[in-house]
Each structure stands twice: as structure tokens, then as C-alpha cells.
Design a protein around this ligand. Sequence first.
Ligand code: SIN
Length: 434
Amino acid sequence: MNKIVDVLIIGSGVSGIYCSLNLKESLNVMLVTKSKLENTNTYLAQGGISTARNKEDIPVFIEDTLKAGQYKNKLEAVTVLAKESRDNIEKLLAIGVNFDKSSNELNYTREGAHSINRIVHTKDNTGESIQLALEKELKQRKNISIYEDTYFVDIIKEENKCIGAVLIKDEEQINVYAKAVVLATGGIGGVFRNSTNQRILNGDGIAVALKHKIKLKDLNYIQIHPTAFYEENNDEKRLLISEAVRGEGGKLLDINGERFIDELLPRDVVSKAIFKQMDKTNSPFVYLDVTFMEKDYIINRFPFIYKECLKRGTDITEDYIKISPAQHYFMGGIEVDLDSKTSMENLYAVGEISCTGVHGANRLASNSLLEGVVFSKRCARFINENIDDIESKIGPTYEVKDTLQNLIKINKNLVIKEIKEQCEEFEDELFDYR
Ligand code: SIN
């Protein structure tokens, strides 16, 4: 089957949906996801979304982001991120995201390496509240058609110009021709045994970029989150224990009950310190302690974490939480400019699959949702301004002969091979691939 649309967006996390909502309503947009709309890393985000508190905070926020990123960040991108943060938070509020407030003022929490409290949140399930509010808005847009359970297999190109994509739904091949294709396919945590990410996220965009020689950047910049709930023999995604728990005072203790690190240092530093302490004490975990906080406060501020830990046999109001680090985020990806343009004409990348350079070698906590909204909105603006100059065309494609399961395996192996090569220095169990 052939289909023609103006814009094809692949992925339904914050960056895919927000991009679609910022496109002009005269455009015919198709948004596809290989699973259900909310089966995204966005939905899992707990801590919050950072924002400059005011004009004076912009340079401070920039410096915090650069310092956490080991100054490997792209300064221009960080500046855009900080300067455009506030407007996007206002827009999310207008769309209906219910960030926590007291006396009608936003509540700001803190996480590692932020020098002030600048993270807005909805208790400890910020991602879910953003995802659901965006989805509600999405479903009201008459110009956007939503395709769930629809696999992205490949792009369709002519020379170095993207003209569409090959999709598979219900075992049927759909060739979609579009003036602009936006990859919002998410991270790569699904290729790791030990990750907080949705298991379905195998880096589909990276596989396609490798096949078509689309420029990639910083594939060795993989973030390890310090605190994932420790469970023996669990092949599922790891339960994240938000950095906001440390931001609100949670303490890291080794198995002898000793503190060993300032909990609010950047993530890479804290993760390394935990590994060192695990080695030293010959233990597969350390503890996170919140038992000294008021019980009601814990249950009200971290209801999701409280309930999920309880399901796993830990009452966090009374027991130390066993934690160990886990793969969490991919700072590298498809190289894009400040308008999310890739090295291929009419092909864009937004969100975790893109590399704007904003995070450098280590992402500052709660900057991922922010990057998703800031750069996907810029992407939409660029498309809005330029799409009328692009001709719609049906070009040559090919018939997919392999089974979908095989195609998924081939793409996943391609990603694993490349990441392995780029991450040779990581030899520990974190880099155990699935
Ligand atoms: C967390 O809540 O610790 C995760 C937030 C993030 O990845 O920035």
C-alpha cells in the first residue's frame, strides 16, 4: 500500500508528539509508533523537567549543564535549551500538564549537579503526566492520524534526500511518502540487559542511520543512572529510583551503613563511586535511605516509587532501598543542528535518538524532557516555514521480503555491534547486551 502525507513522525514520546502539535494544522501529519502511544521512555520519567527559573538563572543553568557534561557539550545548543526552557514549560502548562504547585506557584525540586532547585514535576511521575496531557491534545487534532503497532523498517530515499519510510502494520507493508520525516524513535536501552528503559527501544533510528550513512555522533556517551532498584535475576527493565529522592535528601549508604559520596554530584561521578563501593564491600548493591523522612511526606512526594518498591517487598518508609546503577540514557545519536536537521535532506531527528550536543558526555538530570520539547518545537517551526517549497513525490522503494521478527533482530544486532565497537572501554556487566 502507498500513502502520501506532508509530515511523517516516527515515535510517540514527548518529542514526537510535541513536534506534531507544533506543526501547522494545515499539514497532513501521520504519527506512528511500534507499540501503544504511551509505551515510551517519556512515560517512565520520574524526576521532572528542568527550566531556567528566570533571566538571571539562564547563565547558571547553562554552566550547570556544561559542567555535568564535562564541557563536551555544544555551547550553542545549551544556550538555546536554557533560553527557550521557560516558554516551553508555559506551553506544557497551557496544554494541561498538571505540574505540582503550592499557592498557585510551581514547585521546584532539585537533582544532582543543579546549583538551585529548578525542576518542575508532577510528584514522581512527571513523564506520565506529560505523556497523557500531550496524548489528549493529540487526539483532538484533526490533521494528525495516529498509527499504533506500526513498525518503522527503513527510510525511502532518492540520492541524499529522504522521501518517506517503509512501515509494517499487521504484516502489511505500507510505503509512506512525505515531504518531511521526523525520527523520534527514542533511546537504545532495550539492547542492554541492565537498563531502566522500555524493553522495546532498540535504537531503530540508529540502525537506519548506519545503513544509510546518516551522520552519527558521540555513540560512546551512554549514561548510567546511579540508583535503580536492585533485584536478583530480573530480565525486565529496572525500576528507577528517581534522582529527586536524593535531591530531597535521600542518603547513599554502603552495606555497612556508611555514607561514601555527596549524593548530589553529577550522575557519572555518583555511579562510579557506587561501583567502587560495591567492589570494596563485595556487594552487588548499596543502599538508599529515606527512612529518616516523615512517612506521610515520602508517600505523598514519591507515591509511585513507594508503591513499586512495596510490590517488590521493600517499604521505603522503614527499609533501606537496595540499589545499583543501570543504563539509563543515550547522549549520542543522530547528529542534528539547532533545527533538528540531520545530514540527510528532509530527514529530522528529535529526542533521545538525536544528538543535539546539548548533554555533552553526561546529561544533567531532568534535561532530557526539556531537550525533547525545545528541539522538537524548533523542528516543527523549521518544517512549517520550509515545507511549502518541497514537492510531494512518490519515488522508488522495494518489497520487504524478510519477516518482521528477523528485521528487528538484524537492526538490533547492527546497533549492538556499533555500540560495542564505540564503547570498548566499558567492560563491566552493565554492557551485557540482550
Ligand atoms: C530521575 O528521575 O532520576 C531521572 C530523571 C532524568 O533522567 O533526568
